[in-house]
Write a protein that binds this ligand. Structure first.
Ligand code: ADP
Ligand code: MG
Length: 687
């Protein structure tokens, strides 16, 4: 075993108790400690003079012990020890409470470095409970730039500094250089050891910046290499399928009750050209809510059908899968194309039957949920794999779907507009098509943010709409940590509304933990206008399409991501009626207010997600983790975009030359990649 993988307990001074505290910071091994980066720095290179000390401010001093300790016992249980100090400007005292031993710690005339908060009363200068160092070169935290670590209680920054210093001193030599020498030279990057020392204890600003850049670059390079390898594994550059031209599709388009928008036409042309070429299609279709992505997918699936191939379409929820299934079946009514639905909730007999038919090729199009990526699902001749609402799936799930066929074409659809910066990471090597136009006649959804004391007014407004024949949604937030509690609150809200404000109306309830059959019944009732007001958790977030519903109230709107609010809002404004979205904001924070204002002002999903990214940072942004992307320790996808691009280009070159990193010079970086992606790489027999 590499010693860097040993428990932190091998560091002197770390026992089981401390190890437990460190674990809370995700520090378990010596390597974790070395890679635990500061969140900030304090420049303690300069010492000030005693005379310049300001009351209540921290001071960094170099002083001489000027006299013997003075010990007071003002009352029982309190001992005050004062050590007289001086420099060439003034006199003062270091003061400790109940720390008797300090009286023996100094000798008169000795020079020490001190850091602590100043208490100044008149001409009297005292530093209470100071941190000090002898001027002997050991342990020197004073007189240099020191790291400020992100910490939890019970571990002090100084303790952390000491632990990291020890780890660096004793084990850093074991950390291998993974970047090729030419690359280091090209950017004048420091070696890994130098970079790690400088990121903790920068010599100066210059070396800090360069070290940081190197670490960011390396982190991106490793991440990107890992993603490329995962992608390549599942859909490598083998010959793809060459689908034939199909005239029948043109007739189908003519028969539609609407004309395609120019954006739809353009995207369809891009997909057609990919499908007809021998290259494997790998395309992301981005289009705002309601831009008409479903028909685009249907056309691609028809094309596959006419070339003799099966298609599969995976959606993140049963509601959405069912809805896709219904609209696809309806569109294909006049054709002899067999479409079926595969979801977790069908009976096992139905399922066995279905699986057999998929395997024999009797079924042409399979729509479903995660159930589709189980091992038991086998296709006869899968030619096209589509994932809808990709942001709900990880890189890996998409790849697993396409591995059901032999280099099938891949289409990914998302309504969550992804800023360019993120798309580079999340969809590194996908071609991107954008449907940047809504079908004509769509009404702008009027959006208002209100505080919770306006609720009665809001409910009155909802009632007015319902009396005019419309339907409404009330969305209560669902937070992953406590799904149970949230469902409770949805149930409670439902009961309250049904018994009070809306007792004369038909209220329905929809949440994720309901039996699928119950969910379906509720959605059907809502569709058929047998429910006026649907109280729901975010399960209605994606895809649901009820044109008569024209008003949505979102409770605790501040708890949602903006991209998510935009998705939710997309459930209304689908019909001919003026539609409304009311955001009930229970927070007084400035950020919450700012975010609500963006929703009021903008209906453009791209602008909304850019702003969200700006305000909340990429970590929070609809959960990068959901995509199956490892945490970044130092790189920031948003602010380090230039370095990301450079690293991406290098990663491409490396992968082109050496697709599974078997060259001698790539062995070390490969190890780091495997470590970063943990279990994921084992499955693909890459190591
Ligand atoms: P999304 O992109 O959100 O998945 P859908 O594909 O569900 O959007 O389309 C939303 C609605 O718009 C559907 O009812 C669909 O039939 C309709 N639609 C799609 N394209 C057009 C168009 N070009 N003109 C008019 N209506 C369209
Ligand atoms: Mg859709």
């Amino acid at each position: 075993m590499n010693k860097l993988d040993m428990s932190v307990q091998y560091i002197k001074g770390v026992g089981p108790k401390k190890a437990k505290l460190l674990k809370k910071l995700n520090i378990e091994t010596i390597r974790d400690l070395i890679y635990y980066f500061p969140r900030n720095y304090e420049d303690r290179r300069n010492f000030i003079k005693l005379i310049n000390c300001k009351n209540d401010e921290k001071a960094n001093l170099k002083v001489q012990i000027s006299g013997p300790p003075i010990v007071h016992r003002p009352r029982k249980g309190l001992t005050i020890t004062k050590i007289p100090i001086k420099d060439d400007t003034a006199l003062g005292y270091l003061v400790w409470f109940n720390q008797n031993y300090v009286k023996n710690s100094f000798s008169i005339g000795e020079v020490i470095k001190v850091n602590g908060k100043v208490k100044r009363v008149g001409r009297n200068i005292e530093i209470n409970n100071p941190y000090y160092e002898k001027d002997d070169g050991k342990n020197n935290i004073l007189g240099r730039i020191i790291p400020i670590f992100p910490l939890t209680e019970k571990i002090t920054n100084i303790e952390m500094i000491k632990l990291v210093s020890k780890a660096l001193k004793e084990y850093l030599y074991l950390e291998e250089e993974v970047l090729p020498k030419e690359l280091l030279d090209m950017f004048s990057f420091p070696s890994i050891s130098e970079a790690l020392i400088n990121i903790h204890f920068p010599k100066d600003r210059q070396s800090y910046l360069l070290s940081k850049k190197r670490l960011v670059f390396e982190e991106f390079l490793i991440l990107q290499l890992g993603l490329f390898i995962l992608k390549n594994h599942y859909n490598n550059d083998e010959e793809g399928i060459k689908f034939s031209k199909s005239e029948q599709i043109l007739d189908f388009i003519k028969s539609l009750p609407f004309t395609l928008t120019n954006a739809q036409k353009r995207v369809i042309a891009e997909i057609t050209s990919d499908m007809e070429s021998s290259k494997c299609m790998n395309r992301l279709v981005q289009g705002d809510v309601g831009s008409g992505k479903t028909i685009v997918a249907v056309l691609a699936m028809m094309k596959a059908y006419f070339s003799g191939y099966q298609s599969v379409m995976m959606a993140p929820t049963e509601i959405l899968a069912r809805q896709h299934y219904n609209s696809i079946s309806e569109l294909l009514d006049d054709y002899d194309i067999k479409c079926e639905l595969l979801i977790g909730s069908i009976s096992s007999k139905q399922k066995t039957d279905l699986l057999e038919k998929i395997k024999s090729g009797e079924i042409d199009i399979v729509v479903g949920t995660h159930a589709l990526i189980q091992n038991t699902v086998e296709f006869n001749k899968l030619g096209l794999a589509i994932t809808d609402e990709q942001h709900r799936f990880g890189v890996r799930q998409r790849a697993m779907l396409s591995s059901k066929g032999q280099s099938p074409d891949v289409l990914v659809m998302t309504a969550t507009p992804i800023p360019r910066t993120l798309a580079l990471i999340l969809y590194g090597d996908l071609d991107i098509s954008v449907i940047d136009e809504l079908p004509p006649g769509r009404k702008h959804v009027k959006t208002y943010a209100v505080s919770s004391d306006m609720k009665n007014k809001v409910y009155e407004f909802v009632k007015k709409q319902i009396r005019e024949g419309r339907q409404a949604y009330i969305v209560c937030p669902l937070v992953e940590e406590s799904e149970k509690l949230d469902i409770q609150s949805a149930v409670q809200l439902y009961e309250e509304l049904q018994n009070d404000h809306f007792k004369d109306f038909r209220v329905g309830l929809l949440h994720g933990k309901m039996k699928p059959a119950d969910k379906d019944r509720i959605m059907l009732d809502f569709n058929n206008c047998e429910i006026d007001l649907l109280v729901s958790t975010t399960v209605i977030e994606v895809g649901v399409n009820v044109p008569n519903a024209n008003i949505m109230v979102i409770e605790n709107a501040e708890r949602f991501g903006l991209a998510q609010l935009h998705q939710l809002r997309g459930r209304v404004g689908r019909g001919e009626f003026q539609s409304y979205c009311v955001l009930v904001n229970n927070s007084r924070s400035k950020i919450a207010k700012e975010r609500m204002e963006i929703m009021e002002k903008s209906s453009d999903g791209f602008i909304i997600s850019e702003k969200d990214l700006e305000i909340r940072g990429p970590g929070e942004f609809f959960g990068i983790r959901q995509h199956g992307i490892p945490d970044l320790k130092i790189a920031n996808i948003f602010t380090d975009i230039d370095i990301l691009k450079t690293a991406q280009n290098f990663a491409k070159d490396i992968i082109n030359d050496d697709p599974i990193l078997e060259f001698e010079e790539h062995i070390k970086i490969k190890k780091k990649i495997i470590r970063l992606f943990e279990g994921k790489m084992n499955e693909i027999s890459f190591n």
